[in-house]
Design a protein around this ligand. Structure first.
Ligand code: SAM
Length: 266
């Protein structure tokens, strides 16, 4: 089954911004939930597919307290350079989710956070995750809910679509492309796995200000290379209005974001 042409590739500078801005704003909060849902425990072998700067792998390693093996894999060398700088004790590998460079049955747990939507062949990637998982092992994936279920991102998306062009729309559409849990279950089935549990939770996007959140969404994502200075200024002005309902009395942004955790047995 085909997926997307959007693969969320970043420069080293953008990968640094991803870690310092985007991870604390959004992704950090989800890592403990994914690791917990997957039942990561000391002594296991754990793979984090499309690890980015490594927030999930770090969480798994911390939970395992130095007992076991954690590997983070990503396509992007910039992301991996940041991951390696932060945690040289974890094994970081460059590779493609479509063709994981590991033997069958190598891992007790395979994790993948906020990335399945960026793989051109999503069922194929899940098949690879199932292959490298041990028999009876766990494959656990986090994806975002549908755009219509995102009270903050829906109006924000409209602003991005208005000002940042078609490539930006492709990127922002990919974020929400796996919000339908039935579709996700069908992908797992196509990969030869049965979903054991799903949960949907609401997290929060946290930022020091509306301007800071817009800066994060531009500088720490591929959007940065797809929008000129004029487009950025126009986007910022309209985004301030769209984000106003989520600005607190002291100027911070706290905006809900919904996502799914999907756990399957290999
Ligand atoms: C939004 S980031 C999520 C990163 C990380 N899992 C997190 O929670 O912060 C998406 C990641 O998917 C990676 N990616 C995209 N396509 C990939 C592929 N085919 N194989 C491996 N990684 C891929 C990108 O390089 C990027 O690091």
């Amino acid at each position: 089954m085909s997926g997307t042409t959007e693969t969320f590739q970043l420069s080293l500078a953008a990968a640094e911004a991803y870690e310092s801005m985007f991870v604390p704003a959004i992704f950090g909060e989800w890592a403990p939930h994914l690791v917990q849902a997957a039942g990561v425990a000391p002594g296991q072998a754990v793979l984090d597919v499309a690890c980015g700067t490594g927030v999930v792998a770090r969480e798994a390693a911390d939970r395992m307290g130095g007992r076991g093996r954690v590997v983070g894999l990503d396509l992007n060398q910039g992301m991996l350079a940041v991951a390696r700088r932060l945690r040289p004790d974890i094994e970081w590998r460059q590779g493609d989710a479509a063709e994981l460079p590991f033997d069958a049955g190598s891992f007790d747990v395979v994790l993948c956070q906020a990335a399945l939507m960026f793989f051109p062949d999503r069922a194929g990637a899940l098949r690879e995750m199932a292959r490298v998982a041990a028999e009876g092992g766990t494959v656990a994936v986090q994806v975002w809910d549908r755009l219509e279920a995102q009270p903050g991102y829906q109006p924000f998306f409209d602003v991005v679509a208005r000002h940042a062009g078609e490539e930006a729309v492709d990127l922002w559409s990919a974020y929400w492309a796996l919000g339908d849990l039935e579709l996700v279950a069908a992908l797992f089935e196509a990969a030869g796995m049965e979903v054991a549990a799903t949960s949907t939770r609401q997290g929060a996007v946290r930022s020091a200000s509306a301007d800071e959140l817009v800066r994060t969404e531009v500088e720490a994502t591929p959007l940065g290379e797809r929008i000129g200075p004029d487009g950025y200024d126009r986007l910022l002005e309209d985004a301030r209005a769209a984000l106003r309902p989520f600005v607190t009395a002291d100027g911070r942004v706290e905006m809900p974001i919904r996502g799914h955790l999907v756990v399957a047995r290999a």
